[in-house]
Ligand binder design. Structure first.
Ligand code: 3PG
Length: 216
């Protein structure tokens, strides 16, 4: 199937989510007991939109725990690679889905869901593939390797209506450069939950990292 079109209401839903916060922490949760306090710390720091990657055995359980126990958070799933991942992530309570790249199968599958997909692209041809299926919002990954802010400025010429969430190599001191671009709606990254702070359970330090880039 290649004739499915991504519904406008799901693009609108992505736009609503990014209105909540311009920075999305990308979280790979290794211990299930970290999920709720980590989410609470980030929310308390002003960043309620959280991407939990499906890169650990407890990822789905972590999404479920955050969805149930941290109602102020908007928890989504990242590193979603195929329709099976997509469905499992939605069943766990994900309110949005992020993929690092695109496949026709995944793009079509998301057209039939009520949960929005932010598909990852790195090249203009991948972008055109997504646009052809009705997508207007994309993850730009890996942002720094793929040309960073210079690439996004160049892409804005032919694709003025498209908006991006760059991730991959972005840090606290470079996030603002991306966010200053008109075609960047938000940025994502792991710098908000460094492994050492999570392992130590230093939730206060994580809250302060969030606060440093929160608009509130
Ligand atoms: C992602 O999936 O978005 C990346 O793994 C982000 O990682 P980084 O912020 O450490 O580059």
């Amino acid at each position: 199937m290649t004739d499915l079109t991504y519904p406008t209401r799901l693009t609108d839903r992505i736009d609503e989510l990014v209105q909540l916060a311009p920075v999305i922490p990308v979280l790979t949760i290794k211990r299930i007991e970290d999920a709720v306090p980590l989410a609470q710390a980030l929310v308390a720091g002003g960043l309620p939109v959280l991407e939990v990657t499906l890169r650990s055995p407890v990822a789905l359980q972590a999404i479920e725990a955050i969805a149930e126990q941290v109602p102020e958070a908007e928890v989504g799933a990242g590193t979603v690679l195929n329709p099976g991942d997509f469905d499992r992530a939605v069943a766990a309570g994900s309110r949005f889905i992020v993929s690092p790249g695109i496949t026709g199968e995944l793009l079509d599958h998301a057209c039939t869901s009520s949960v929005p997909l932010l598909p990852g692209i790195q090249t203009v041809s991948e972008l055109m593939e997504g646009i052809q299926r009705g997508y207007q919002r994309f993850k730009f990954f890996p942002a720094e390797i793929a040309g960073g802010t210079g690439a996004l400025k160049a892409i804005a010429g032919p694709f003025a209506d498209v908006r991006f969430c760059p991730t991959g190599g972005i840090r606290a001191h470079t996030a603002a450069d991306y966010l200053a671009l008109p075609n960047v709606m938000c940025v994502g990254g792991t710098w908000l939950a460094p492994n050492d702070l999570v392992e130590q359970g230093d939730w206060d330090a994580i809250r302060e990292l969030a606060r440093a880039c929160s608009p509130h």
